[in-house]
Design a protein around this ligand. Structure first.
Ligand code: 1GP
Length: 241
């Protein structure tokens, strides 16, 4: 299994080069709209396209990623809400464990269910700690996973979860305020986590402006994910980047 994309993320962190991913949710975007969407993404400095969502209908992801692959050379990374969303047509998979929650389904059971598919796949598997932080609204991840996010005031719990993730051997930590969050992850939280771990940090949820993007980067985010802002307006990247 190639480790090319993880190496790229680690090398970029070492060089201080910040990365951007656009999140496309196959439930919110039709395959017919993909050519226009991909054309907008291709025009910008986007490092990865994440594909995923919490409630994607079974098997849509395969056709969605297949079409997307024909429209862009940007690496496609699966960000699945469920093991049934896996497809070999992507380049890599964030192999997520929802470590902020205490639901065994998302800590280990989904991961075991995915093994039959993954052992015959060429996907680069990237072990990723997924830490849900209160973004001010009840997010889809919260509803589907039936777990509570960690309060933004509870920095110790967030930092200790991130440190435990690194001890567990996770290769990335994803600080997630949730799609459409009204409160993005507070820069102080990003800064404190960054001081305490060496692995790259992904930050997403509620980032809609250049100012928020820069704050996240300047405080230690290595990779920022933007979904909703781009979904609502395909020209949003012109003002954010
Ligand atoms: C959600 O972090 C991503 O999983 C992106 O969030 O849709 O709010 O940009 P937004």
């Amino acid at each position: 299994m190639s480790k090319a994309l993880l190496k790229h993320i680690i090398n970029s962190k070492e060089k201080g080069q910040k990365l951007l991913a656009i999140l496309l949710d196959p439930d919110k975007l039709t395959i017919a709209n993909l050519p226009d969407t991909a054309a907008k993404i291709n025009l910008n400095k986007v490092d990865f396209i994440f594909v995923g969502g919490s409630s994607v209908n079974l098997r849509i992801t395969d056709a969605f990623v297949g079409k997307l692959k024909s429209l862009t050379n940007i690496p496609i990374i699966l960000f699945p809400g469920d093991y049934t969303h896996l497809t070999n047509k992507a380049d890599a998979l964030l192999f997520l464990s929802l470590l902020s929650g205490r639901n065994p389904e998302y800590l280990i059971e989904q991961q075991i269910k995915s093994v039959d598919f993954l052992k015959n796949s060429n996907l680069e598997i990237i072990p990723t700690a997924y830490i849900l932080i209160d973004g001010g609204i009840e997010t889809a991840v919260q509803k589907v996973s039936k777990t509570d996010p960690i309060s933004q005031n509870n920095i110790d719990e967030i930092v200790n979860t991130a440190i435990a993730s690194e001890y567990l051997g996770k290769q990335l930590v994803y600080l997630e305020a949730g799609s459409g969050a009204t409160d993005a992850v507070n820069p102080e939280i990003i800064k404190t986590v960054a001081k305490n771990i060496d692995i790259p940090i992904i930050v997403g949820g509620g980032i809609r402006s250049k100012k928020q993007l820069e704050l996240a980067y300047n405080n230690g985010a290595d990779l920022v994910v933007i979904g909703t802002a781009f979904e609502e307006n395909n020209n949003a990247l012109n003002s954010i980047l």
